[in-house]
Design a protein around this ligand. Sequence first.
Ligand code: S3P
Length: 178
Amino acid sequence: MDVILIGFMGSGKTTIGKLLAEMLLVPHTDLDQKIVESAGQTIKDFFSKYGEVKFRELEHRILLNQLKKNGVLSTGGGTPINIQNLEILQATKTPVILLEASTNTILERVGKSEERPLVNQMSTRQLTSLRAERMPFYQECADLRINTDNRSPVEITEQIYRYLLDTNQYSINSKVKF
Ligand code: S3P
């Protein structure tokens, strides 16, 4: 992969991932989408049939597969929490970008989502504490942190693009970097 986006649910990983891929002229991959395709069912159904542990196993296998490809990868909110995934994300040379959002922003963006089994079962308080619990894992593997509160997707995408240029991780003249 050329860039990996991480962050809590509702931090904008999929939206920004698509825009960034367009800007870099590379494919975009959504890890959740790959999981749905591989499982042949929605994440919500998979969770309720097999539970979170099985979901994390499948997520890990698919992450390993996707890392070999090129493009922008939007991970799931829980991907870096699995220690094996965290180690991979720490060791990779691919830039890992953390998108951050406050609990209020997260609730505004995904509060009513039917498709997110973890959010559906939680109170605002539980969501706040899950977000706080996960933050150290995200920070452990992030090369760049971006607060997305009250910022437009285009603005955020341009910030990532500029970071890649400034750190020589992307060249305007070549579609594929490195
Ligand atoms: C999860 C986040 C979801 C999805 C699954 C579990 C999590 O992805 O992988 O529902 O544990 O935070 P998004 O972050 O894309 O919503």
